[in-house]
Structure formats: structure tokens, C-alpha cells
Design a protein around this ligand. Structure first.
Ligand code: MSP
Length: 510
């Protein structure tokens, strides 16, 4: 049994969640569920990033205090995640006292180690990114990501001596080839480091909504500097229930590519400066796009898309929770960008879920209920489906372990396809009751049992439902993976249930 600590970025509490934030969260959830399924001790952290200019502005615009505003917004995130059946173990809010304590302790350690100094900062700032841009990287004075006007800022700030870590970061990357995946993102981060690092301003006096700097109360920490530390707050860094030694060596940050510089360059340097090892792995993913642009709330504000088209709760009302989860995990390989569309979800739904999975479960249940006396027969030891099942189990496991949900689901759906083909060839619906028919149906039921285990991280409720329908007790997650996934164990404890279609077909113009 291993250990697995997975985190999402903490989402800005300036707005409600959208399907882009759901993308990361569903991926992290599926990975957490996979690791729990194989028996790893697992911790899954998500939460909200509540400080900084952007959140303070949103609160003011809504005539609320930042405290009341962020309380409201963090609840909206929790509600959306509950709707999407997200199994987080901890939800952190950066305005919590536990986070203030950790930030102050962590940054005081960096200060005392001599990596923080005072200087004047002048630059162009994007409030949406909460980040500075050099003139060269701005696009006609606008932010390259949000295409919004940049603001000129000049402040006396405390700085972090990032430049002192160039060599150590390079060494870290050389020593830990899997530190950042996929490799393209690792190479990008590494060439950024090799291009030379500038010291970074880490405090602000222009706003008061932030964590106070313990050695200079006129300043609060810059939002990114407090935000990154959330990953340590949740495991009790510096507190009397410190579990850093337990979780940090098996820690994984799942993040979108636009925040990779913070996670792959600044964050490991901050950890080194504070005297701890960096996180063990950063998995970078691409964007959900709409018309080729990063999907997000700015698009709603600009009138490019309706909020209902990208709000996770609306989408689950339209397609169901598990179909949306499936689409987000299956459509695009983690690391690449992918175009998001209602047509795309409808197509995946009709093909993979209604035609392949739903139809398989329905046709097997119908034949068994009408021709096998209702109880599922046992599988054959030497079934021709067995090698397909063995390949599906090993490839699905390897892909989940490799942070590749798309490949994992492809492998699982390979077994669904093989089982449908097996049934097509034998046409049990035309066969008489008897041993021959029982043997075919036993094999198909065994394949369905395995599919229900393998697809659990992606579609937990559907898999529980399938489990019950094929007459098994408990849930697929009760099984000990490995022992439960060897061929031949299907043994029903109750009669097969036909039930309504798992995925009624949708009109393709939905
Ligand atoms: N608060 C910072 C993160 C701090 S982590 C220490 C932040 N928040 S955010 O609300 O802007 O959310 C960022 C994350 O949401 C992205 O990194 C990504 O994981 C996810 N996504 C937001 N829009 C997305 C898409 N259109 N596509 C895929 N993921 C997207 O940055």
C-alpha cells in the first residue's frame, strides 16, 4: 500500500466555478478515487484562493466585505463539487487562521534564511492574472492571456531572491526527471530557469486584503505567495499536527498550464529557501477551449458565451453527473488543449455511454433475466474474453498510475467493445436456455463486473448501479484491487435487475 496526496489549484473566489475549473477538479477526483481503489492511503485537497486585488475588487463591486464575499463564493465552489461528486478530503480557504499561521511560519523561515530583502518594484500588472508583465511580453500594453489593459504599478516591496536558486533548480530537475509532466511542460519550465531568473516582489502595501507580513505589518503578502503555501497548510506545516513528513514525499499538484511558472519554478525555489524538499510531482494539463480560446468567465462577461453553457451544475442537469465527468476525462489527453462543446458531450454520450456501455448492460440483463432464470451464471475459466480482460485491467491500471485518464478509459472501453463483439458473434438472444447460453452470459457478466471496477474512478455512481444490476453485493470500491480483478470471480448474490436504460440516447442537436 502506498500513499497519494493530490491537490488542485485553489480557485479564485472572485466568481462561481465553470467547466474549466471542473476540468481540473474532476481529473484530480478521478485520480484520488483510483488511488483509494488500489488501497493507497489518499488525501485529496481543493479549495479557494481568497486574497488579492481581484477578489477584493469583486467584493467591493458587490458591496460586500471580502470576508462575506469569499464565504459566499467558497460555498458555491463546495456546492458545485458536491454536485459533481468530488470526493475531496479537505477544502482549504486561504482566509482561514490555519493558513495565516502556516504562511507566516513558512515565509519567516525564508526571511531568516536570508532570501527576502526590500526594494522598489515598478511594472505592468494584470489584475485577472494577479501577475506582473514585462513590456516585451505584453501585447500592445494588454495582458497576453486576458487581453485586458495592464495597470502601471510602483511600490516599495519585500522581494524573494529567486535568482539565487537557478542552479539548485536545474540540479533538482536533473535529479528528478519526473518532477514535472508531461515532458513538454518540464522542458518549458527548465528553459525558463536556464533563461535566468529575476527576483520577485512578494508583498503589497496597496491593498490590505491578505496575510500580514509578520516582520513588517504595513505589508501583506502578494496573493500568489500566500496561495502556493496552501498545499503545506493542509498537511499541518509547522503546527502541532504537522504531517509534512508523511505526505510531502507522495505529493502531486495538478494544475493548468498558465500557472506552471508559479508551480514549477517559484514554488520549488520557495521550498528550498524555507529548507524543505519541493513537492514531488507537478502534473500540468492543457485548457478547455471555446472557439480556440481558453474557456472562462471573462468570456461570459464579454458576451461570447452564456453562463448556462459553461456552468457545471447546468451541464449536469443537461447531461448527468457521470456523463459530464466521463467527457472531461475521456475527450482530451491531459496535457493537451481540447475544444469543449455540447455537441462533443452529446456524441461521447451517445457513442461510448448509450451504445457501448449502456447497451451492453441492458442486453446482458435482458437475456439473463429471461433465459437464465434471473441469476447470473458463472464465467468460464478459459473464456476467449479473458485475454481482453487481462489487457484491459493492466493497461487501465498503468494509465491511471501514469496520470492518463484518457488512456485508462480507452483501455476500459476496449473491454466493453470486445464484450459487445463477443455477444454479437454468439447472438445469445437467439440461443435456447441451457449450458451453452449460460457460459456465454457468465463471461459477459464477468467482463461487466471488471468494467464496473475499472470505470469507478471516472463514473462512481454508474458503476455502483451496474454492480447492483448484475446482482453483486456492496460496491465496486469495496473490493481489493488486484485480488478482485483477476478473471473468473463473478458470483451473483441476488437476481439480475433489468432497470431503466442507464443512458437514454440524446438527440444529437442537444
Ligand atoms: N488562484 C490561482 C491558483 C493558485 S494555486 C496555488 C488560479 N485560480 S483560477 O481560479 O484562475 O483557476 C486556475 C485553474 O483552473 C487553472 O490552473 C486550471 O487548472 C483551471 N482552469 C480554469 N480555466 C480552465 C480551462 N479553460 N481549461 C482547463 N482548466 C482551466 O489561477
Amino acid at each position: 500500500m502506498g500513499r497519494f496526496y493530490i491537490t488542485t489549484p485553489i480557485y479564485y473566489a472572485n466568481d462561481a466555478p465553470h467547466v474549466g475549473s471542473a476540468y481540473t477538479t474532476v481529473n484530480a477526483d478521478a485520480m484520488a478515487r483510483w488511488h483509494r481503489l488500489v488501497g493507497d492511503e489518499t488525501k485529496f485537497l481543493t479549495g479557494t484562493d481568497e486574497h488579492g486585488q481581484k477578489v477584493a475588487d469583486a467584493a467591493a463591486k458587490n458591496h460586500m466585505t471580502p470576508q462575506d464575499w469569499t464565504a459566499l463564493k467558497s460555498e458555491q465552489f463546495k456546492e458545485a463539487w458536491e454536485t459533481l461528486n468530488i470526493s475531496f478530503d479537505d477544502f482549504i480557504r486561504t482566509s482561514e487562521p490555519r493558513h495565516y499561521l502556516t504562511v507566516q511560519k513558512f515565509l519567516t523561515a525564508i526571511y531568516e534564511n536570508g532570501y527576502i530583502f526590500k526594494d522598489v518594484y515598478k511594472g505592468l500588472y494584470c489584475v485577472s492574472c494577479e501577475d506582473y508583465y514585462a513590456i516585451e511580453t505584453s501585447v500592445e500594453g494588454k495582458c497576453p492571456i486576458h487581453a485586458r489593459d495592464l495597470i502601471e504599478m510602483e511600490e516599495e516591496n519585500w522581494f524573494f531572491r529567486l535568482s539565487a536558486f537557478e542552479e539548485r533548480l536545474e540540479q533538482h530537475y536533473a535529479k528528478h526527471p519526473g518532477f514535472v509532466t508531461p515532458e513538454t511542460k518540464r522542458n518549458e519550465a527548465l528553459s525558463f530557469i536556464k533563461g535566468g531568473l529575476r527576483d520577485i516582489s512578494i508583498t503589497r502595501t496597496s491593498i490590505s486584503w491578505g496575510v500580514p507580513v509578520p516582520w513588517d505589518e504595513a505589508h501583506v503578502f502578494y496573493v500568489w505567495y500566500d496561495a502556493l503555501i496552501n498545499y503545506l497548510t493542509a498537511i499541518g506545516y509547522g503546527s502541532d499536527h504537522d504531517e509534512v513528513a508523511k505526505w510531502w514525499p507522495s505529493s502531486h499538484h495538478l494544475i493548468g498550464k498558465e500557472i506552471s511558472r508559479f508551480h514549477c519554478v517559484w514554488w520549488p525555489a520557495m521550498c528550498m529557501a524555507a529548507g524543505i524538499e519541493p513537492v514531488s510531482h507537478v502534473q500540468v494539463h492543457g485548457w478547455l477551449l471555446l472557439g480556440g480560446q481558453k474557456l472562462g468567465k471573462t468570456m461570459v462577461a464579454d458576451g461570447a458565451v452564456k453562463l448556462t453553457d459553461i456552468a457545471p451544475v447546468e451541464l449536469t442537469n443537461e447531461f448527468g453527473v457521470d456523463p459530464l465527468r466521463y467527457y472531461l476525462l475521456r475527450e482530451t489527453s491531459l496535457g493537451n488543449d481540447g475544444e469543449f462543446s455540447h455537441e462533443g458531450i452529446t456524441q461521447r454520450y451517445n457513442t461510448d455511454l448509450a451504445n457501448n456501455l449502456g447497451n451492453l448492460v441492458a442486453r446482458v440483463a435482458t437475456v439473463v433475466a429471461s433465459k437464465c432464470g434471473g441469476d447470473g451464471p458463472r464465467p468460464k475459466v478459459d473464456s476467449t474474453l479473458r485475454p481482453h480482460a487481462e489487457v484491459a485491467v493492466s493497461e487501465t491500471a498503468a494509465a491511471w498510475n501514469d496520470f492518463s485518464p484518457q488512456r485508462a478509459l480507452e483501455a476500459t472501453w476496449g473491454l466493453i467493445g470486445a464484450t459487445n463483439a463477443y455477444l454479437e458473434e454468439r447472438a445469445p438472444w437467439k440461443m435456447e436456455s441451457g449450458d451453452l447460453l449460460d457460459a456465454v452470459m457468465g463471461d459477459a457478466l464477468e467482463a461487466i463486473r471488471l468494467v464496473a471496477i475499472l470505470a469507478t474512478p471516472a463514473m462512481p455512481r454508474t458503476c455502483e448501479e451496474i454492480w447492483l444490476r448484475i446482482g453483486l453485493a456492496g460496491t465496486p470500491s469495496d473490493e481489493v484491487f488486484g485480488a478482485s480483478t483477476t478473471w473468473g470471480q463473478y458470483a451473483a448474490t441476488s437476481p439480475i435487475v433489468k432497470g431503466d436504460p442507464l443512458f437514454p440516447r440524446m438527440k444529437s442537436d442537444a
